[in-house]
Design a protein around this ligand. Structure first.
Ligand code: RET
Length: 237
């Protein structure tokens, strides 16, 4: 266990943001009676609650380790991967349920997602060489691209079955997800993990915090913003 440096300010901000987001979603979902609508609240609440715990763990140094690659010591926050392993499938589930995607689509997306995070964490912790780390990064990025391909295909199929307002919400969430998720491998390779160190740990931690808050709290906010749209999305057709 290592001690976080000045970047801990961003981790504390992340903890606060995720906690506030969780409380907001709990309050917003309180009076919702419909089981299908409740599902979106439950999933979204767990996404931010898990992240809140992960951020607190990182801020207090639990989720931090050091990896020596070619004589260079890297500070690696492995706590992020523990968070992402559970929360990214839940984010996909939110969107897939909104689009009423088939079970097979959901299994495929979750499988690709677990492979993406799993190979990403190996890349982050691998001490072998910078080259091997970058190969793991490339493998993980390939899984991300397959995942986005399947997601876009499933959502465009679903569009035909949706009312215009539900379709609009799905499109907004889809665009958010694609843009934000593609930024993660970029921050990783330019940051500490990529060993090139173009982005120092301090700014890398800030960048992941902004991405995580937008991809979780921002995403949940947009999804749960309108009770009437969720109602239309869950009505049997
Ligand atoms: C890693 C490793 C390098 C290659 C790729 C990655 C992708 C990470 C993603 C993370 C998404 C996280 C979200 C968190 C929400 O709070 C693991 C950085 C492709 C896409 C949405």
């Amino acid at each position: 266990m290592a001690t976080p440096g000045s970047e801990s300010i961003w981790l504390w901000l992340g903890t606060a943001g995720m906690t506030l987001g969780t409380l907001y979603f709990v309050a917003r979902g309180w009076g919702v009676e419909d089981a299908e609508q409740q599902r979106f609240y439950i999933i979204t609440i767990f996404i931010t609650a898990i992240a809140s715990a992960a951020y607190f763990a990182m801020a207090t140094g639990f989720g931090l380790t050091q990896v020596t690659v070619n004589g260079q010591v890297l500070d690696i926050y492995w706590g992020r991967y523990a968070d992402w392993l559970f929360t990214t499938p839940l984010l996909l589930l939110d969107l897939a349920l909104l689009a009423r995607a088939s079970k097979n689509t959901i299994y495929t997306l979750v499988g690709l997602d677990v492979l993406m995070i799993g190979t990403g964490v190996i890349g982050a912790l691998a001490a072998s060489s910078a080259f091997v780390r970058i190969v793991w990064w490339a493998i993980s990025t390939v899984f991300l691209l397959f995942l986005l391909y399947f997601l876009l295909r499933a959502l465009s199929e679903a569009a035909e079955r949706q009312t215009p307002e539900v379709r609009k919400l799905t499109t907004t969430l889809r665009n958010m997800l694609v843009v934000l998720w593609l930024a993660y491998p970029v921050v990783w390779i330019l940051g500490t993990e990529g060993t090139i160190g173009i982005i120092p740990l301090y700014w890398e931690t800030a960048a992941f915090m902004v991405l995580d808050l937008t991809a979780k709290v921002g995403f949940g906010f947009v999804l749960l913003r309108s009770h009437s749209i969720l109602e239309a999305a869950t009505q049997s057709t």
